[in-house]
Design a protein around this ligand. Structure first.
Ligand SMILES: Cc1ncc(COP(=O)(O)O)c(C=O)c1O
Length: 402
């Protein structure tokens, strides 16, 4: 007798490609190969000390022993509202419009369960963060992928959005600054998109996980601030993972209309219940504590961005625009496709990545994983020395191609 079948819904879902390449790089390392990884999506810094201490104090002080409200402690939701008003032009949410989850990925998953029905269409601009289409697919909705271009700054254009909307459109998912491209929407781009959004009645989910990591004086503004009239349809996703170097703590949240928060609370109440109490107290300290350690990390990312973009653009076959934010560079490697490595043609970006991993010991993520064949994602959440050494190895491997 064989085992009974798995759920059909998983047939539409792909495993995380970024995790797959990180695992392969880890395996090579375990086998003794010297691998430099540019594939990770998390800061290389440790969580600032005052945040660590707040978690320890909550444990020792007996504040972390019990369940909290499923949607998070009121102190954290209050801090989120304050922080959001500060960063979003004074647009204020109330604690009943916030749900804290086990990371922003969990927040987005809750939203998929709470908002999408089978057959609904969810517009996702490509290059996209890998989980958006999969979250839609897992609940039976249809991701509608809309391409953007490198020349167009990897931004969804108003025309492309208008064309993608149908009577079945349930949501648009925007990510700014973006993982994987680092591209961000300037206020005028958001204003143009808002005009098209007003023509419809779908949800707009804006993932602003990287909105404090912008560089070169880029004017980061939230769609909420640019188009407050959309507030009843607008859901912001945010968290502490990237800004505060807290990926391991697993705290993310949504801000949106109270009935959407109530729906997410209902979903979460039947799955994880509350995020870990000590991690919530750590997040309170992150949001209310000193800004200097956070600004110091941002500055380092900014320095690394300059090095990576300038040096990468000197490698033949690489073409990289300057990303406005996050900690990713997203070069085109179309100039390398069709070249030969030891007589074997590099047919696509996946082959280029595999070649660079095996030949140069450098782990990158193929653009195909993000719906953007012909590109690579290179995370610069690593030291300038390692960035320089990685690029040196890439150049050497590229120069060995025929
Ligand atoms: C764009 C974007 N959104 C959400 C997340 C999820 O972050 P977390 O679950 O760590 O809060 C990530 C993490 O890689 C991301 O890049």
């Amino acid at each position: 007798m064989g085992s009974p079948p798995l759920a059909k819904r998983l047939e539409a879902v792909k495993p995380s490609a970024t995790v797959a390449i990180t695992d392969r790089a880890r395996q090579l390392k375990a086998d003794g190969k010297d691998v430099i990884s540019f594939s990770v999506g998390e800061p290389d810094f440790g969580t600032p000390e005052h945040i660590q201490k707040a978690a320890i104090d909550s444990i020792v002080g007996g504040k972390a022993s019990h369940y909290t409200a499923a949607r998070g402690i009121v102190e954290l939701r209050q801090a989120i509202c304050e922080d959001s008003a500060r960063r979003r032009g004074g647009q204020r949410h109330q604690p009943n419009e916030v749900v804290v989850s086990v990371g922003a990925k969990h927040t987005l998953f809750n939203l998929a369960l709470a908002l999408y029905d089978e057959g609904d269409e969810v517009i996702v601009p490509a290059p996209y963060w890998v989980s958006y289409p999969e979250h839609a697919a897992i609940v039976g909705a249809k991701p509608v992928i809309v391409e953007t271009t490198q020349e167009g700054g990897f931004r969804l254009t108003p025309e492309a959005l208008r064309k993608a909307v149908t009577p079945k459109t349930k949501a648009l998912v925007l990510c700014t600054p973006s993982n994987p491209t680092g591209a961000a929407y300037a206020p005028e781009h958001l204003a143009e998109l808002a005009e098209v959004i007003r023509e419809g009645s779908y949800w707009v989910i804006v993932d602003e996980m990287y909105s404090e990591l912008v560089y070169g004086g880029f004017e980061q503004r939230s769609l909420l601030e640019i188009a407050p009239d959309l507030r009843e349809r607008l859901i912001i996703v945010d968290g502490v993972s990237k800004t505060y170097a807290m990926t391991g703590w697993r705290i993310g949240w949504m801000l949106g209309p109270a009935h959407v928060a109530a729906a997410c609370d209902k979903v979460q109440g039947q799955s994880t219940t509350n995020p870990t109490a000590a991690a919530q107290w750590a997040a309170v300290a992150a949001l209310t504590g000193p800004r200097e350690p956070i600004e110091a990390m941002r500055k380092q990312f900014e320095e690394r961005r300059a090095v990576i973009v300038e040096e990468m653009n000197q490698i033949p076959g690489f073409d990289c625009r300057v990303p406005e934010g996050a900690f990713y560079a997203f070069p085109s490697v179309k100039g390398l496709i069709g070249k030969k490595a030891d007589g074997v043609v590099l047919a696509d970006d996946v082959a280029v990545c595999t070649y660079l991993l095996e030949k140069a010991g450098v782990a990158l993520v193929p653009g195909t994983a993000f719906g953007a064949p012909g590109f690579l994602r290179m995370s610069y959440a690593t030291s300038v020395e390692i960035i320089r050494e990685g690029l040196r190895r890439i150049r050497e491997a590229v120069e060995a191609l025929d």
